[in-house]
Design a protein around this ligand. Structure first.
Ligand SMILES: [Zn+2]
Length: 152
């Protein structure tokens, strides 16, 4: 008696390639040949198994243990560099959260944190007063009538 789809799908998860593509003589293989849905699942599993084995082969040391260790060391260094970059980015992200965005009209324009004022794009003369011990960064934006001024 032929197996049903539920049984077939369960069997497919642990099946050999010959069962997955329906070329074996097992009940599963017979079902795969006759059932389009299970055949599609079998094909997908074959594709994924093939991809997995290729990726595993790429991880295997090409020359020997020393080669693999070097690869692992390089990978670890790359990871720790990435972590350091993240540590640097975190305070910047915190600063960005308190960054004030405003438009500068000219020398007479004061600081207007968080306020957006429509201005002609022509003359931008940002005047920024910074108290002692405070740092400031000025960013040009693509919208030339706006600048981001960042106090930190
Ligand atoms: Zn089926």
């Amino acid at each position: 008696m032929a197996i049903d789809c539920t049984t077939a799908l369960e069997l497919l998860l642990e099946a050999e390639p010959a069962d997955l593509d329906g070329s074996a003589s097992s009940e599963l293989s017979v079902h795969v040949r006759e059932c389009a849905r299970c055949r599609a699942v079998g094909q997908e599993l074959l594709v994924q198994q093939d991809r997995l084995s290729r990726e595993l082969a790429a991880l295997r040391p090409a020359v020997g243990v020393e080669d693999a260790l070097q690869k692992a060391r390089r990978e670890r260094m790359r990871r720790s560099r990435r972590r350091q970059a993240w540590r640097l980015a975190a305070p910047l992200a915190a600063a960005a959260a308190v960054a004030a965005v405003f438009l500068a009209r000219g020398p007479e324009a004061g600081r207007m944190p968080g306020e957006v004022v429509a201005l002609p794009a022509s003359r931008i003369e940002p005047s920024v007063e910074v108290s002692a011990g405070q740092n400031v960064m000025v960013f040009e934006t693509r919208d030339r009538s706006a600048k981001v001024i960042w106090f930190y």
